[in-house]
Design a binder for this molecule. Structure first.
Ligand SMILES: Cc1cc2nc3c(=O)[nH]c(=O)nc-3n(C[C@H](O)[C@H](O)[C@H](O)COP(=O)(O)OP(=O)(O)OC[C@H]3O[C@@H](n4cnc5c(N)ncnc54)[C@H](O)[C@@H]3O)c2cc1C
Ligand code: SF4
Ligand code: SF4
Length: 651
């Protein structure tokens, strides 16, 4: 058999991946330029910075740090400080308070930790907050009144944040609080040497000056019913906080000198408690226990001469300490008993510096112990507490047998947590003395009712303030007859390039027909995408080698040692100076938004990247790409320090 060797005619190729001569070596410069040729071109993708992702109040700190570092210039006639303040307070109206006492989860998340340590976000917030108070700058009142009325129950951080964000939207707001002053735990829990009262008052008064009505000394549920609120208001926000101290289920804690941390701090903050008598033992590993211990060291100890010298009558409001008591006080023995180790406590609860300060001020910390029983005398007073060593298995504490010991004490303060006090508002109680809401802060099963802050999830000031902001957005929609919006993954105030372009008179032209493959049309913001609400820029996406090591500028702190702390109620933390704040802000790497470093312009081998002409430039719109020149080598993407450039678009 013979094979047919006549060639079969082939159709002409319609596509060739390689052209003639592709196999030959080109000069090496050309090799480099073409080595990474791809069909992808740079796109400018705005992501969220991790600092913002970690701030529960929703701060756009990258935005205000860019202002402080001079990248984003204020409008004509406005100082950069005011511009930064306005940007900050779009999310959180308490920069001076937050700058002092927020444990700053934003700083833990900061990408700069991968270089040389986080940006001092909190200290810059402190600087701007103090600047705003010193200049007496106010919030603008709404231009239009909506005609709708909202009741805010509870004048703590959550309620005040909701009131502020609602008022900005033109709604009339009435705040009800059962105290004769606003601030909630920021006033009646956190001591004044951490949140000075003039700072707290200044920031609260600035909110109230927007035209917010306050009804003091009124407990909703007892003095006013829910039905009355519903009749007189179009929506309700519940920001009740958690004001009942949790107890411990061990015997002997029903003694008269065994009290909760909240009762202790409240008596101190209301000026009734001026000293303690004998050794004080504080049980608990949270913010409250540390505050109790440091307050006890400050008020000092008096040798008990009269019944009224004892702390309990002052704490329970039967009497108040006087000048004579104060004059006799000396350093008190204060023991803070933790079931965790000090290291875990500093990492998980308080800031390490706060724990170090407390120890320097004379608080003794006993770690890895649990209480077993209160030891009482015949007068039903605690004279000591039986304890033992323990080890932790996750959240579970396991007592170590044979390690029991007795610790003498004349005042036992139990500060192991709080719960809501919903006795008069039982219909809101979810069974755990809290109120259940969804992520939009809508109260389950009650239309027009929203809640936030500790009464939903006991946490921090920043979380309560964030809840207030989210609820206000939902209430606003509800009052307009719409559904409260679903919340995005990164829930906060985001930089908006389109708004910037509008503000600069550079808004894109309307689109009349489908457009493709152009970078010259004026109806689009070319190769830009806003993914801020969904994506967080991690450090792996940055070009970290761009940043040289620059140590963080720390705030100065006044340290007080040992018994010098007795009677010292002055603030310890000093704000940065203006040059320090600016230098510190310059350490921010602007994760997820153009840093205006020119790297992409300089390194592009094709000269495809250029600066946007000055007249068309706004913050965030600094460079652009000529796709006719771009070969998709992704050099610009590799050298972008901020992770703002992603290769995308396609052919
Ligand atoms: C001792 C202590 C130290 C803390 N330290 C820090 C810290 O350093 N950093 C930090 O971020 N967080 C700290 N926190 C937590 C922080 O204070 C709270 O997370 C925050 O205050 C919660 O705000 P809120 O508005 O939800 O509640 P609250 O601040 O408790 O305010 C609620 C307000 O509602 C009022 N109220 C309650 N029920 C009614 C009613 N039926 N009618 C009318 N009014 C009512 C209350 O009296 C109160 O004034 C600390 C808390 C404590 C207790
Ligand atoms: S409020 Fe707290 S978490 Fe938010 S920016 Fe300020 S310090 Fe950071
Ligand atoms: S470097 Fe700046 S933008 Fe990036 S996480 Fe830190 S503070 Fe935020």
């Amino acid at each position: 058999m013979t094979a047919n060797t006549t060639p079969v005619p082939q159709p002409a190729p319609t596509f060739r991946r390689f052209i003639d001569g592709d196999h030959e070596h080109r000069p090496w410069q050309e090799e480099i330029f073409n080595a990474s040729w791809s069909h992808k071109c740079p796109t400018y993708v705005q992501g969220s910075s991790p600092c913002q992702g970690a701030c529960p109040s929703g701060h756009d700190m990258r935005g205000w740090l860019r202002i402080v570092q001079g990248l984003d210039k204020p409008p004509n006639g406005m100082s950069w400080q005011e511009y930064a303040f306005r940007r900050m307070t779009e999310a959180n109206p308490f920069p001076a308070v937050m700058g002092r006492v927020c444990p700053a989860p934003c700083e833990d998340a900061c990408n700069r930790n991968e270089v040389d340590g986080h940006v001092g976000i909190n200290s810059i917030e402190h600087f701007i907050g103090d600047w705003a108070l010193a200049t007496g700058i106010g919030f603008t009142k709404p231009l239009n009144e909506s005609g709708k009325r909202v009741a805010v129950v509870g004048g703590g951080p959550a309620g005040l944040s909701a009131a502020y964000h609602l008022r900005r939207r033109g709604h009339a707001v009435t705040v009800f609080d059962d105290h004769d002053a606003l601030g909630g735990m920021a006033r009646f829990g956190i001591p004044g040497y951490r949140t000075p009262r003039e700072v707290l008052d200044g920031e609260i008064d600035r909110i109230l000056a927007m035209g917010i009505e306050v009804v003091f000394n009124t407990r909703v549920g007892r003095d006013l019913t829910i039905a009355e609120l519903e009749k007189n208001f179009d929506a309700v926000f519940w920001g009740l906080g958690t004001h009942k101290g949790l107890g411990l289920s061990i015997p002997g804690l029903d003694a008269t000198n065994c009290i909760t941390g909240l009762a202790f701090l409240r008596a101190f903050n209301e000026g009734r408690l001026e000293s303690v008598t004998g050794q004080v033992v504080v049980l608990g590993g949270g913010d409250t226990s540390l505050d109790v211990a440091t307050v006890a060291r400050r008020v000092g100890h008096v040798t008990q001469v009269y019944e009224k010298d004892r702390p309990e009558p002052a704490i329970f409001g039967q009497t108040a300490h006087d000048v004579a008591t104060t004059a006799r006080r000396k350093g008190a023995d204060v023991i803070l008993a933790l079931r965790r180790t000090v290291g875990e406590f500093s990492r998980k609860v308080a800031m390490p510096e706060e724990v170090e300060e407390a120890v320097r001020e004379g608080v003794k910390i006993l770690e890895g112990v649990i209480p077993l029983e209160g030891l009482k005398d015949p007068e039903n007073r605690i004279r000591g507490i039986r304890m033992c060593r323990c080890k932790m298995d996750g959240m579970k504490q396991i007592p170590i047998e044979g390690t029991e010991f007795d610790l003498p004490c004349q005042l036992l303060v139990v500060a192991v947590g709080q719960k809501g006090d919903l006795g008069d508002l039982a219909e809101l109680d979810n069974g755990n003395a809290l109120i259940t809401t969804d992520r939009r802060q809508c109260v389950a099963g009650r239309k027009g009712h929203f809640a936030g802050g500790d009464i939903v999830r006991p946490h921090l000031l920043t979380s309560a303030i964030g809840h207030g902001r989210i609820a206000a957005e939902g209430i606003d929609r509800y009052l307009n007859g719409e559904e409260p919006p679903q919340r995005s993954r990164v829930d906060g105030v985001h930089f908006n390039l389109i708004d910037r372009l509008h503000g600069a008179g550079l808004a894109p032209e309307p689109i009349h027909e489908p457009i493709r493959g152009t970078w010259t049309s004026r109806s689009a913001v070319h190769n830009y995408e806003d993914r801020a609400a969904q994506e967080i820029i991690t450090h792996e996406q940055l070009f970290l080698a761009h940043f040289s090591s620059t140590p963080r500028i720390l705030r100065r702190q006044r340290t007080v040692e040992g018994d010098d702390v007795v009677g010292d109620f002055g603030e310890r933390l000093y704000a940065l100076t203006e040059p320090e704040a600016v230098s510190e802000a310059k350490r921010c790497m602007s994760c997820g938004l153009c840093l205006e470093c020119d790297n992409c312009v300089i390194y592009c081998p094709q000269d495809a990247v250029s600066r946007v002409p000055k007249a068309e430039r706004v913050s965030g719109r600094y460079v652009r790409t000529d796709y006719a020149k771009c070969i998709g080598c992704h050099v610009c993407c590799d050298v972008c320090p901020a992770g703002y450039i992603k290769m995308g678009l396609g052919e």
